[in-house]
Design a protein around this ligand. Sequence first.
Ligand code: SF4
Ligand SMILES: [Zn+2]
Length: 171
Amino acid sequence: MTTPPLPPCTNCGQPMRRRSEPNDGRRLYQARGMCASCYEVRRRRASRTLRRTQATDAEREQRRAAGKAAAVEARRQRLLALATPAPIEPDWRERAACLEAGPYAFADPDHTDAVKAMCSSCPVARSCLEAAMQEEHRQPMAYRAYMRGGLTTAERTSLDRIRRHRKDDAA
Ligand code: SF4
Ligand SMILES: [Zn+2]
């Protein structure tokens, strides 16, 4: 009983032979319907592509980590710039940019960016922040609410900690 001949290589179209058949000039069958040389070319190309993808993944991860570190550092610098308490202007409440907006502008967490923008152009932002810092001094973050003076509750908690450490250092 003779086994039927192999179909030609699906890649190069050359006739192929099995390993058990004598070498009569036909290409050796390797795998996936391809001759040995076509299969090898495919395999190398695939591993090159894989290496390239892995490299881009690593780069992307590196960029993401660098971006996160930069954001953390920028936040730290922003808070450090506020480490020294400033005086509170007596009439600051009357000049507050948020007087018109009303309390609901603050309650909705989705409005944080909008509130941030409002606070950043508020003429009495520093007084507002200092008033909040005095009220909330040594309180846990859960005690704090809303953005005040352009800082979120988490940022004010960090700033309070920074100020406390500064005092401890000075003492
Ligand atoms: S800084 Fe923001 S929260 Fe404070 S008074 Fe100004 S607008 Fe209102
Ligand atoms: Zn081939």
